[in-house]
Design a protein around this ligand. Sequence first.
Ligand SMILES: Cc1cc2nc3c(=O)[nH]c(=O)nc-3n(C[C@H](O)[C@H](O)[C@H](O)COP(=O)(O)OP(=O)(O)OC[C@H]3O[C@@H](n4cnc5c(N)ncnc54)[C@H](O)[C@@H]3O)c2cc1C
Ligand code: FES
Length: 302
Amino acid sequence: MDYRLQRQNINTEPFMTKPPQYNRKSIVMRTDKVYKCEIINIVELTHLEKLFHLKILNRTERRIFKFRPGQFVMLEVPGFGEVPISISSSSNNTEYIELCVRKAGRTTSVLHQAQKGAKLGIRGPFGTSFPMEEMMGSSILLIAGGLGLAPLRAPVYWVTEHRDKYKDVHVLYGAKDPEQMLFTYQYDEWKKVNNINLLTIVEKQGKGWDGRTGLITELFKEVSIKPDNTYAIVCGPPVMFNFVCNYLDGLGIPMNRMFVSLERRMHCGMGKCCRCMIGSTFTCVDGPVFDYWSVLNLKEAI
Ligand SMILES: Cc1cc2nc3c(=O)[nH]c(=O)nc-3n(C[C@H](O)[C@H](O)[C@H](O)COP(=O)(O)OP(=O)(O)OC[C@H]3O[C@@H](n4cnc5c(N)ncnc54)[C@H](O)[C@@H]3O)c2cc1C
Ligand code: FES
């Protein structure tokens, strides 16, 4: 009898040929491959957040690199470290990816000093994604708090590119104050060109702000929701998940039709180092996108 172990399918497949679907762990890409990139543009969004446009240098690799809304990359700042960052751009954009990065600590502060032309590395894409196809034919609530608009922007792009496949699309966005609102230059386009019902609110009134003030749940009063035909994606600080998802639960939206993106400290991004584990669940491979029902069953997830 041959007792040799079968060759494992880890790190042997350099590229993901088929993008992973939500909850289909087996085809999540597991690779150490680093794509060398160049910063081709930097947009200063707020005093803490910058949007980096990264172009993969090798043309073949650029063509092969594919991701789905909700996935993230491990971004390497050479000599300083690697950080997990959600992809904020359209999954249709094959020329470059956009990463919205908040200056949080060591690595992200160094990145914020980088100039156009600087070279970085990315690994991935990693993790589960939002089930955009499953939501077709329904209305969608895309709800973000603060930096949560960064991971939410990829599904917003998806919906705008397949607008006729969805019924009502509502984007509800709450920030601490007007100065911290992200992607403000795109709001008009989302509303007028893409027929999205965008509602914004801030907690603290700021200079020149004549919009709504209060918590994000205030916005629900202005939206007519048909619970039997609505999906929700919620991105933001964990504290927000509970009160937003509980509110939606109260309206009758089933918990397995609400999706959240969980953030945990990560190291490898591919289920090897155990850094991101909640119980026996790997946030990097089994998530970061989970349905709310699964999250409630993960002890101490939020
Ligand atoms: C799946 C995923 C997607 C993410 N997407 C984005 C994104 O699109 N844009 C963005 O700006 N940030 C995102 N983050 C958070 C980002 O990875 C951290 O801010 C970053 O790792 C901090 O690295 P640093 O070396 O600059 O800070 P450090 O010096 O390592 O830490 C600075 C502070 O940030 C906190 N921190 C570090 N890592 C995380 C983390 N993973 N989650 C929450 N807090 C953390 C630390 O507790 C500390 O308070 C994401 C995290 C995950 C897990
Ligand atoms: S980050 Fe290493 S196992 Fe998830």
